[in-house]
Design a protein around this ligand. Structure first.
Ligand code: MF3
Ligand code: CO
Ligand code: CO
Length: 260
């Protein structure tokens, strides 16, 4: 193992750790009555105060620091001051910052106040499907194994799996090869999972069908086509000779096996 590999892994680990720390910072603020715009401001300030760089802000023209996707929003919801979280909502908070040139990327779905049984079920299955995908990662295995595991896990429990958006390689750039579909896409059958690879797994599951509407007039917000609820969780993963290492594990957030 050369010095270059060690440097790369140290950079990625530090970035993953800081992004997890940001999630731990924002978690207590994600509650009834707060606006998604306020959550964005808090993360923006926290990131700058620690000397790091928001990755989404200005990325392909994206206007904010985080993505906040409420209820039927699948991903890329833009935080707004007039969007107040209410009891019964579910909201995904997706955080990406750059630490010394390296990217880390994670998201969690939060239950606000009293949510319906079906919202809780969707969130649980989505969280567990992420870990089904992580546990399917084997050194010298295939990207295909990840999508197959997530898809089978989800479909056996009801929710459907979004196909239009996928996980991605990550490192010195935000989105790199390979794409990591959350369903068994034939094109990934031969793509190897080699030690040293770093990528995200970020399944989006819908209570209704898998289809998403095209991005809205704001250029970003993606909703389910049928208006059903959608949830998502994301981790950044480093493949090692010993198996997958989760770089974005939080201190206070849900761990594998958590019951919502
Ligand atoms: N963090 C998202 C992901 O998981 C990407 C957001 S891109 C943005 O890949 F521009 F919308 F911020
Ligand atoms: Co991502
Ligand atoms: Co993300």
């Amino acid at each position: 193992r050369g010095a270059g590999t060690r440097r790369l892994q140290a950079g990625l680990r530090a970035a993953g750790r800081f992004n997890a720390q940001v999630m731990d910072f924002i978690r207590p603020h994600v509650r009834e009555g707060v606006s998604t715009g306020e959550l964005d401001r808090l993360v923006h300030e926290y990131t700058l105060d620690h000397g790091h760089t928001p990755a989404c802000l200005g990325y392909k023209g994206y206007p904010k620091t985080i993505c906040t996707s409420v209820n039927e929003v699948v991903c890329h919801g833009i935080p707004r001051d007039d969007e107040i979280l209410r009891s019964g909502d579910i909201v995904n908070v997706d955080i990406t910052t750059i630490v010394d040139g390296w990217y880390g990327d994670l998201s969690e779905t939060f239950l606000i106040g009293d949510v319906s049984d079906e919202a809780r079920h969707l969130t649980q299955v989505t969280f567990d499907s992420l870990f089904a995908g992580i546990r399917a990662c084997e050194p010298h295995g295939r990207v295909f194994d990840i999508g197959r595991a997530i898809f089978e896990y989800a479909r056996a429990r009801g929710p459907d799996v979004v196909q239009m958006y996928q996980g991605h390689g990550i490192g010195r750039d935000f989105h790199q090869e390979p794409g990591i579909p959350h369903f068994p896409h034939p094109s990934t059958r031969k793509i190897p999972l080699e030690p040293g690879m770093c990528f995200t797994i970020e399944p989006m599951l819908n209570l209704g069908g898998w289809k998403t509407a095209p991005a809205e007039a704001d250029g970003w917000t993606v909703r389910t086509e049928d208006g059903s609820l959608s949830a998502q969780f994301e981790h950044t993963i480093l493949m090692t000779e010993d198996g997958p290492e989760i770089l974005t594990l939080t201190t206070n957030g849900p761990r594998e096996g958590h019951k919502f």
